[in-house]
Design a protein around this ligand. Sequence first.
Ligand SMILES: *Cc1c(COP(=O)(O)O)cnc(C)c1O
Length: 347
Amino acid sequence: MIDIASPLRLRLDSAALVDNWRWLGTAGGAEAGAAIKADGYGLGARAVMRHLAAAGCRHFFVATWAEAAALMPLPAGVSLSVLHGVGTEDLIAARTLPARPVLNSVEQVRRWRDGGEGRPCDVMVDTGMNRLGLRVEEARGGALDGLAIETLLSHLASADEDSAQNERQLAAFAAVRDAIPARRTSLANSAGICLGTDYGFDLTRPGLALYGGVPRREAEGAIRQVVFPETRVLQVRDVPAGEAVGYGATWTARCDSRIAVANIGYADGYLRCHVGTGGARFAGQALPLVGRVSMDLVAFDASGVDGLAEGDWLALDYDLVATSARCGLSQYELLTGLGNRFARHWS
Ligand SMILES: *Cc1c(COP(=O)(O)O)cnc(C)c1O
């Protein structure tokens, strides 16, 4: 087989990932699990699971059965929950794989009673978000009687804001917890952990903050960046003053310039919203993004940058908080958008 070098690089810091997980466990006052849906928010779910399981993380959450199947075989002593529950096409996977459905509706509960062969499950109760989950009245009205519930969950809608909805959901969940027998209870995501240990219950489910996202100011300074995307210079060219660069000729060189054309574009999750504020670094020197972002290419102004040549790697400006603030994408979108052309390198 021909060994083909990957055109883009995602440097991933496993020590930062594990430190973030440990901090979230302490801050939440509860055992921390890990949300690794969407391929570990774009980092690679299998590697994330391996690093966190080695550090002692025991409870993992994915969205779909396809995501669960891709993680087999699981590390020893680890449990995996599937947040979308069990639909009509999922029963065989749900009976066969060593993972549990998170049952989200009376319909799903009925399906699991009929087809789950008595296997354990998790249950999501909706405490006010109106996304997934049984309504509180349904959960308390006998719909769950006799089920072997491992984890009883609910999810916070506004934990990243100082909203009165947080306390209402907390109170609703505490009341449901008293009424429904389950081995453990779980409410908080990353932002919920920052609301304080009242929100911790038995198990927390951080995602974003594991991967370096800062969901609330309480996590500032504690959460470390994990993801460092790098793009490669395909060509360095001299652009005389007055000539334009890229589609639509949206940027014109004011003076004689050197332009580095690099191999990343919107197909890699580097979207057009970076225009005007995006940039990269080479050996400590800043290269502002110029012109439009193409599908697989971008141009950076490398005027005055010493020693830059074809084949060099540029570190993209990708601090999650700052990048989100300047380009308007959420920190979640900045992570999950990173595409398949990146080779993922863990340190
Ligand atoms: C995605 C998800 C999480 C993790 O949320 P973050 O905001 O990324 O920490 C936790 N619980 C559920 C139900 C989720 O869907």
